[in-house]
Write a protein that binds this ligand. Structure first.
Ligand code: GLA
Length: 662
């Protein structure tokens, strides 16, 4: 029977026979038309493995796949739980064989897929493969639309264990039809094959894909940079209700170890993806990874949070713009928590056991999953977190005896956060004891950048810090008179005695030196403080793809083009009065895309915002009072869907400021 007719028939019969799958949250709309698939329960915990795409794109061959499988074992990844070795796009020959079957590329995969499966299985691992629910893959090779049964039969014959099924070249055939056809074809083979639905979040797959497959992409592709990672993170908010055993939200594969982010950024990526119950699919070169990457990917306690049998996805419980708290209930009554600092300066991130939803108790043990230390807190769960970093704990009610108290250090200044070269300011280091026992001999230190003078304003030691107390020591700091613009770290260390032990805790602070805009200035001529964008780099006086800035046929010489979701900040130093811009979507999307624009002032107050702006819509003119604004924040968000084609332009963006220097 033709697949469209079959779907119609099944829908008519109202056939629903679900074994497992994510139920929509109470009050949510019913998912679209029921799919009649007895999905196999193949993913009780989020699948773990590796995929070739992020690092290698089409540069793959059978040696790479076999060597990666070998490395998965020799590196300790397999022991840590990584199991699937997934070949992504570009494994197939440009033509099907005489019988209409997909075949492996004869040059790059001369031994065929079955031989690779044998090698991978011989190591105790599993093999994954890739196709698209379209006429061709995203790289233009033959794909499986209208060949579902033939291709699923080939995958089963080759003893493949997982299929990643993409969305390119889908010819406009309804998504449910395309993804159901492959679900049925896989089932019909009789081989257990994990089904990864790569629909990029276009049609709310969280509402239907759990009935067909084992995990589904919630967004477009990740890339190996901070902006991409946090933009994908933001798109996970609210999806936690749909995820559970055998049906997982997939915020895309890991970039850990690919070189585009710092170690702290990768630690945040790994911490958050684990907390989100994401499938953990490494995307780096396992054959040559360094010890830092290996440690990030294989930490048993981080993985235990991801694989917790209860399968409850973590979610955001607090957000003040730059500091966020994400929490995940664990099946033993504890809560895993990520304290996340997405700001460009170090900051303390704080929550409490009540906010985490923990049962009342006299004391709580805070286990730092990355450092393997356990301390005791009475109420607060907090830590100083470096810029673009994360701390991750599992917090449980527990005995205080035998554990040291939770302490934290912080650095604050008497400035707005911006300082002037050659001008003194005060930095105060605070040290707080959140535990149930006192600590002694706290000794405070502060270091700043090379050439900066740091002088304590008094004694730098404090004899005792009792539970619930905070001790502080202030320092006078002087930046060199000729210091250039930038962000400058202020790093505190507080040494202390907890019982017989000598310990040290770090506090991460920073200040910035920036130039105040003067007179009328194009925003694209200013140095931005930070530019977090959803795709590629922000275009300056050109689009994100290097074209002119052009909205609905009108071309502009000046402007910025940060792909949504984006957040770009500029220092105004309370010296400007107006911000103006023509905002819209660049014509390079050919009418696609949907974006909202927001202008924020001090304390993230919304000074102006647009409704949803679509491709080919005329630019909207913004004219905003920015008097007294210290830092101007320009935000574009993804509109009602995902961030596909969201090429947002702030055309002719300009500030009008008082004249004068700095
Ligand atoms: C799409 C997918 C990616 C990758 C590529 C391969 O972009 O979303 O994850 O599979 O195709 O071409």
């Amino acid at each position: 029977m033709h697949r469209r007719a079959r779907c119609a028939l099944l829908a008519m019969l109202g056939v629903v026979s679900l074994l497992v799958g994510a139920a929509p949250a109470a009050g949510e709309a019913d998912p679209p038309a029921a799919a009649a698939v007895d999905k196999l329960p193949l993913a009780p915990a989020p699948p773990m493995g590796w995929n070739s795409w992020n690092k290698f794109h089409c540069n793959i061959d059978e040696n790479l796949i076999k060597e990666t499988a070998d490395a998965m074992v020799s590196s300790g990844m397999a022991e840590a739980g990584y199991e699937y070795v997934n070949i992504d796009d570009c494994w197939m020959a440009p033509e099907r064989d005489a019988e209409g079957r997909l075949q492996a590329d004869p040059e790059r995969f001369p031994s065929g897929i079955k031989a690779i499966a044998d090698h991978v299985h011989g190591l105790g691992l599993k093999l994954g493969i890739y196709s698209s629910a379209g006429t061709k893959t995203c790289q233009g090779l033959p794909a499986s639309l209208d060949h579902e049964q033939t291709d699923a039969a080939s995958f089963a014959e080759w003893e493949v264990d997982l299929l990643k099924y993409d969305n390119c070249n889908n010819q406009g055939v309804p998504f449910l039809e395309r993804y159901t056809a492959m679900a049925e074809a896989l089932l019909a083979t009789g081989r257990p094959i994990v089904y990864s639905i790569t629909e990029w979040g276009q049609n709310q797959p969280w509402e239907w894909a759990g009935e067909l497959g084992h995990y589904w992409r919630t967004t477009g592709d990740i890339s190996d940079n901070w902006g991409s990672m946090v933009s994908i993170l933001d798109q996970q908010v609210g999806l936690e209700a749909y995820s559970g055993p055998h049906a997982w939200n997939d915020p895309d594969m890991l970039e850990v170890g690919n070189g585009g982010m710092t170690t702290e950024e990768y630690r945040a990526h790994m911490s958050l993806w684990s907390l989100l119950n994401s499938p953990l699919l490494a995307g780096n070169d396992l054959r040559s990874m360094d010890d830092t990457t290996r440690a990030l990917l294989t930490d048993p306690d981080v993985i235990a949070v991801n694989q917790d049998w209860g399968g409850k996805q973590g979610h955001k419980i607090a957000d003040d713009g730059n500091q966020e708290v994400w929490a995940k209930p664990m099946s033993d009554g504890g809560v895993a928590v990520v304290l996340f600092n997405r700001g460009s300066t170090g900051a303390q991130v704080s929550t409490t056991v009540d906010e985490l939803g923990l049962e009342p108790a006299d004391a709580y043990q805070m286990f730092d999953v990355w450092t393997d230390t356990t301390v005791v807190t009475e109420h607060f769960v907090r830590a100083s977190v470096p810029s673009h970093g994360a701390k991750m704990f599992v917090v449980r009610p527990g005995e205080a005896a035998g554990h040291e108290p939770a302490v934290s250090a912080d650095v604050d200044t008497d400035t707005t956060g911006f300082v002037d070269p050659g001008v003194d300011f005060t930095a105060t280091v605070s040290f707080t004891n959140d535990g149930l026992t006192r600590v002694k001999k706290a000794s405070f230190g502060l270091t700043a950048a090379d050439g900066w003078a740091v002088r304590p304003q008094g004694a730098t030691t404090v004899k005792k810090v009792a539970p619930g107390e905070t001790a502080t020591v202030s320092f006078t700091v002087t930046p060199p008179a000729e210091e250039s613009t930038g962000t400058f770290d202020l790093s505190a260390t507080v040494g202390y005695r907890a019982g017989p032990a000598t310990r040290q805790v770090a506090g991460y602070g920073s200040v910035l030196i920036a130039t105040v805009p003067s007179g009328e200035q194009w925003v694209s001529d200013l140095d931005h403080l930070a530019a977090n964008v959803g795709w590629r780099q922000m275009g300056i006086d050109k689009s994100v793809q290097g074209n002119p800035i052009q909205i609905n046929g009108v071309t502009y010489e000046k402007g910025i083009s940060p792909h949504a979701a984006s957040e770009v900040t500029y220092y105004l130093g309370e010296n400007c009065t107006r911000f103006t811009a023509d905002v819209g979507i660049n014509d390079e999307t050919n009418g696609r895309g949907s974006v909202t624009f927001q202008v924020l002032g001090n304390d993230r107050a919304v000074l102006a915002e647009t409704g949803v702006i679509l491709g080919n819509q005329p630019a909207e003119h913004l004219d905003v009072d920015v008097s007294d604004v210290l830092v101007l924040t320009l935000i574009t968000d993804v509109g009602p869907d995902n961030n596909n084609s969201d090429h947002s332009d702030w055309a002719a963006a300009k500030v009008t400021c008082a004249n004068g220097d700095r």
